[in-house]
Design a protein around this ligand. Sequence first.
Ligand code: GAL
Length: 507
Amino acid sequence: MTRIETKNMRLHIVALIYCFKIVRGTELGQEVLRGPQSDLSDIIAPSRSYNGLNQHPPMGWNNWNAFGCEVSEEMLISTAQTIADYGLRDLGYEYIMMDDCWSIGRNLTGYLVPDPERFPNGIRHLADRLHAMGFKFGMYSSAGTLTCALYAGSLGFETEDAAFFAENHVDYLKYDNCYNNGLQGTPELSFNRYDTMSKALLATGRPIVYALCQWGTDYVWQWSQPISNSARMSGDIYDSFNRPDPGCITPDDAPSALALYKCSVMSILNTMATVQSMSRSGWFNDMDMLEVGNGGMDDNEYVTHFSMWAMLSSPLLISTDIVSISPADLSILSNPSVIALSQDPSPRAGSRIWKNECQDKDQFGLCDHQLWTRTMANGDKVIALINGGNGPATLTASLNDIFTDELTSGTYRLSRQYIEQKWDVYDLWANRMSVDDANVILNGSEASTVKSNVWYNSTELPYAEGLQINHPALLGGYVGEIEPHGKWAAEVARHGVGLYRLRKRGG
Ligand code: GAL
């Protein structure tokens, strides 16, 4: 062996040892972060929200989509009572949120003055009543001189308004973007404007969830984690599955555009595909309030809407007139096995694996099929097969598709533990509450009288604990299995979704 060959060989050995160390180090690092049951996607370090709040997507009710400016103490209290009576509070819908239009301006010391006719006993009285009923209380303002409905905004009055919210026992602030004096158009301008309120809220010492409502402008998902608990990633939702509207400008069109509204469920979902990775415990992409119950979509469309908002860890904020809700809509909002996705101990958003154009176009000329997946804390995999076509379709996902995230994460070796396995399949809509059961609740019987695999009380047993003991209401209904290297085929209705939880056989 020449001197050069010996030197080369030594170099090879050194390189090999070095590589081994890196690989081993990575694996050990993953082990620590992953915990015993989880998967590679957990190598993203667990997040902490800036104020320690909002570890799971918030759930509740907001008046805006159904009532607009019609807010009052009476209406909020009676809605809260109905939410409790229908079992929704115990399913986790714990926030009662009042949107725009609640004040009559400022007093001489700069403090907001609630409308005395709508709130004859003041806001704190309202908050305390809601708290006594087991709810949390949310309010609204705008990072502008006026709110979107032309009431007093908080720009320049952040300290006074944060103090107002704290003194009035507010637990959640939705903070809008109207009349911002041109202080938008770059991430820095927006950051500074929203950061002022963030600091003011922290300074009060009261835990207040801080929810930005910036309509997905200025790349809000990139800079707002250190100062907030969620941010709207699109313009206002409207009650349509996929009707295109020129008012809905997506970030792809113009990241800094204002006046974003009339965004359909599918438009929001398509935008979410590009920003979902930012969602994590303590900070969530907010896909806007739910439209379930407002009448603009059919049952399949509302099921898809609700399923995907849960799958993607958006806040789940009902925004319909609960008092006159139909049994079918109540049964959508009451599905614990879908809510359990949203409240999983490891909150993050699902990701889109594929979106394929299809032939069966609807009246807007649209047709696509999509596969979304998400890994849950206990190692289960959830898949959502969406049929955006105009008629029923058989959609198929292979284990290779389903575990694409694992395959592409660099360690091909690990894919075997997914692909060469048998998976039991549970349909998360199989145990949907029947119309008869929903009517029993609407007619005044206790929600707890409904069968235990259909209804759930998270006040008594938090979702994390229910999942740990495999509570029957959280698993859906068993519908079959996927063989090693196999695939799952589902007949999915027009604009519907097949939503399944996959569990490793024997795992
Ligand atoms: C919009 C906001 C809506 C609602 C409305 C109130 O900007 O996105 O969710 O809060 O303002 O005026």
